[in-house]
Design a protein around this ligand. Structure first.
Ligand SMILES: [Zn+2]
Length: 283
């Protein structure tokens, strides 16, 4: 599933191609993409509008159009956004769900084999703020994500730190890959209740989340299954994972074989030596 670095990678590729163009046509070929809105309603709201910016919030891609109209997309499990020339043989693209035609001759295609990806149109900045306020917490690459901010979010919570990191209403954009990588960097076991972490551990975790996300962006995201760049290329962060998906391989710090366990209902990878299990009394 694309996480913050993967969506940011796509954003950086799409922004120069989309900004300053008009969205001449948005064709929703699969009505499930924008449910409960009707495809015509979505198409009419964006039709012919100038694209002012391509932004990101958490794992959402936000296409800001003139008059504060925003097209907000989420790739979910298997969505990809491909930038193609208009001459591209679009009807033959597999799993095509939405086709956007830009002025100047390019198209952006939302392809999605499992069809969980979504699109919604929000009218006005207030509607956009409300939409994200209900769904997303602090943006981890913003200056507001300090060790102190993390401490306030964590205070008194009994949730295991891994599920805390995955909760989008607290920290936006971190998913299974970057949670594992950050916890390893901070030397914290994923089942440790987040409220029991000491001040230096929370400071280390804050830095580790930022470093993991930035490393992911530098590698232009991770391609495990379906994630592709806007030009169809793959990310390379999967070749740089420290622990994620490296079961039985040596820990990069101490050489101990990495173990796989379940946390927050997800396959989770740890070094049993660098990330010691919480003692029972601290649970
Ligand atoms: Zn280790």
């Amino acid at each position: 599933m694309p996480e913050l670095p993967e969506v940011e990678t796509i954003r950086r590729q799409l922004a120069p191609a989309m900004e300053g163009r008009r969205l001449e046509e948005l064709a929703v070929l699969d009505p499930r993409w924008c449910m409960p809105a009707h495809p015509d309603e979505v198409a009419d709201a964006v039709h012919g509008r100038l694209i002012e910016g391509v932004r990101r919030r958490g794992k959402y891609l936000v296409v800001v159009l003139e008059d504060a109209v925003a097209l907000v997309m989420h790739l979910r499990m298997t969505g990809t956004l491909l930038l193609v020339p208009q001459a591209d043989d679009t009807p033959k693209r597999p799993h095509l769900r939405v086709r956007m035609t830009l002025s100047g001759g390019k198209r952006v295609l939302f392809c999605d084999p499992r069809r969980f990806g979504t699109g919604v149109v929000l009218l006005g900045e207030e509607a956009r703020e409300e939409y994200f306020a209900a769904r997303l917490g602090v943006e981890p690459l913003d200056a507001a994500f300090t060790a102190e901010a993390l401490r306030e979010l964590a205070a008194g919570r009994r949730a295991p730190v891994k599920s805390f990191l995955l909760t989008q209403e607290r920290i936006a954009g971190v998913g299974n890959i970057y949670a594992d990588e950050a916890l390893f960097r901070a030397r914290i076991h994923p089942l440790r209740p987040v409220g029991t972490l000491k001040r230096p551990q929370l400071a280390a975790l804050r830095d580790a989340v930022v470093e993991s996300l930035e490393a992911g962006i530098d590698a232009r995201g991770a391609t495990i299954d379906d994630f592709r760049h806007a030009d169809g290329a793959r990310g390379s962060f999967q070749d740089r994972f420290l622990v994620h998906r490296r079961e039985r391989e040596p820990c990069p710090e101490c050489g101990t074989p990495i173990q796989k366990l379940r946390a927050a209902g997800r396959g989770t990878y740890v070094c049993p030596r660098c990330q010691p299990r919480p003692r029972r009394r601290s649970m």
